[in-house]
Design a protein around this ligand. Structure first.
Ligand code: KG4
Ligand code: ZN
Length: 338
C-alpha cells in the first residue's frame, strides 16, 4: 500500500503545501510573497502575516490538485526549522491542528535535510538518484554547507560558511549594483552576457572545508565604489561584466572546497541543493568538473531548487517508514541543528 503525505513548508517567505504518494508528487503548490520586494530583504513580521493568509488556500489547492481527501492522508510533515520563528510557527501550528483533526501523526522535518532529500523525488522511470554515501553542496540564501549523506537519516556536516551564505553573496552584490531582491537570478541572467574574467576578486583563504563570502562582498563593493568615482555610469556600462565576474568567483570558491571534500572522502556521487543550485553558471561548472573528475552529478530540477513543500513531504516519507513521529508539544527551532 502506498503512503500519502501532506507536506507543509513555511520557514521563510514561501508558503507551500504538497501531497506525495511514496516518492511521487501529486501536487506541489508554492505561494511566494511579493510584499518583501520593496524592502530589499525578507521582513519577518510581514512574512508570518502572509503565511497566515496563504496557508489554508495553499493546502486546499494542493489537496484538490492531488485529488486526495483529508481522510486519505497517512501523515502531515512540516518544516520545524531552521528559519524565521514567526513563519515556522504558522506551519507548525497548522500541521499540529490539521493532524489532530484528521487523527494522523505529524512528522518534523529539517529544512536543510529536505533540500538534500529532494533528490529522491521520482519523476520519470529513467531518473537517477544519488547512491549512498554521497556528498551534497547545499547553497541557499541562509546556508552554505558541504554534507556527507550516509542514508536518508544520517547527515554529517563537513564544512560550512563562517559568515555570509553563497546566496547572500549573490544578493549583496546585486544590491550594490542596484538590482532588485533577491538578486541571485538577476546576476545569473546578466552574467550570461558578460566576461567572467573582466574583474578579479581575491578568493578567501579559509582552512579546511569551510567557506567565507563576506570578504568577497567587501572587495566587490570597493571595486564598484572606486570605479563610480571615475565614471558615474560605471555600473550601467559594466553590469554584465560585473555580474559575470562575481558569479565566476563565487562558483570557483564553491567548487574548490567541494572538490577537496570529494577527494578527502573518496566519494564520487556529488549532489547540489538549495536556491543557488538554480544558478546556470554553477550547474554548468559542476557538470564540467564532474566530467573531468569522473563524478556522478545530481542537480535538482528547477522547481525543487528553491523552497517547496514537496521536499518536506519526501523527507517526511523517509521518517514515516521508520515510524519516526513527533508529539504535539513540539516547537520550531530557528538555527541549524548541525
Ligand atoms: O533555498 P532558497 O529558496 O531559500 C533559502 O532557504 O534561503 O534560496 C534563496 C537564495 C537567494 O539568495 C537567491 O538569490 C538565490 O537563492 N538564487 C540564486 C538563483 N536563484 C535563486 N542565486 C544565483 N543564481 C540563481 N539563478
Ligand atoms: Zn531553503
Amino acid at each position: 500500500m502506498s503512503t500519502l503525505i501532506l507536506g507543509i513548508e513555511s520557514s521563510c517567505d514561501d508558503t507551500s503545501a504538497a501531497v506525495t504518494e511514496d516518492t511521487k508528487i501529486l501536487a506541489n503548490i508554492v505561494a511566494g510573497q511579493e510584499v518583501h520586494k520593496n524592502y530589499g530583504g525578507v521582513v519577518p513580521e510581514l512574512a508570518s502575516r502572509a503565511h497566515q493568509q496563504n496557508i489554508i488556500p495553499v493546502i486546499d489547492q494542493a489537496l484538490k490538485q492531488a485529488k486526495i481527501k483529508k481522510n486519505q492522508l497517512d501523515a502531515v510533515a512540516f518544516t520545524r526549522g531552521p528559519g524565521l520563528l514567526g513563519s515556522l510557527l504558522v506551519g507548525t501550528s497548522f500541521a499540529k491542528a490539521f493532524a489532530l483533526a484528521a487523527d494522523i501523526p505529524i512528522i518534523e522535518v529539517d529544512h536543510l535535510q529536505a533540500h538534500i532529500l529532494a533528490h529522491f523525488i521520482t519523476g520519470n522511470a529513467n531518473q537517477r538518484v544519488p547512491g549512498f554515501p554521497f556528498i551534497c553542496l547545499t547553497v541557499s540564501g541562509g546556508h552554505t554547507q558541504i554534507i556527507k549523506v550516509d542514508d536518508p537519516h544520517t547527515f554529517t556536516l563537513l564544512g560550512q560558511t563562517i559568515d555570509d551564505a553563497a546566496g547572500e553573496a549573490f544578493d549583496k552584490a546585486a544590491k550594490i549594483m542596484g538590482l532588485p531582491y533577491p538578486g541571485g537570478p538577476y546576476i545569473d541572467k546578466l552574467a550570461g552576457e558578460g566576461n567572467p574574467l573582466a574583474y578579479k576578486f581575491p578568493k578567501p583563504r579559509i582552512k579546511g572545508l569551510d567557506y567565507s563570502f563576506s570578504g568577497l562582498k567587501t572587495s566587490f563593493l570597493y571595486t564598484v565604489r572606486d570605479k563610480l568615482r571615475e565614471d558615474a555610469s560605471f555600473i550601467e556600462k559594466e553590469k554584465a561584466n560585473l555580474a559575470a565576474s562575481i558569479q565566476f568567483t563565487i562558483i570557483d570558491v564553491l567548487l574548490d572546497k567541494l572538490t577537496q571534500a570529494a577527494e578527502m572522502t573518496g566519494i564520487s556521487d556529488i549532489a547540489l541543493a538549495g536556491g543557488v543550485s538554480a544558478n546556470s553558471g554553477l550547474r554548468k561548472a559542476l557538470k564540467e568538473k564532474g566530467e573531468t573528475k569522473g563524478w556522478n552529478i545530481f542537480i535538482p530540477g528547477f522547481e525543487f531548487t528553491t523552497d517547496n513543500a514537496a521536499m518536506i513531504a519526501i523527507a517526511g516519507y523517509f521518517k514515516y517508514l521508520r515510524n519516526d513521529f513527533a508529539s504535539q508539544d513540539i516547537t520550531p527551532y530557528t538555527r541549524s541543528n548541525f
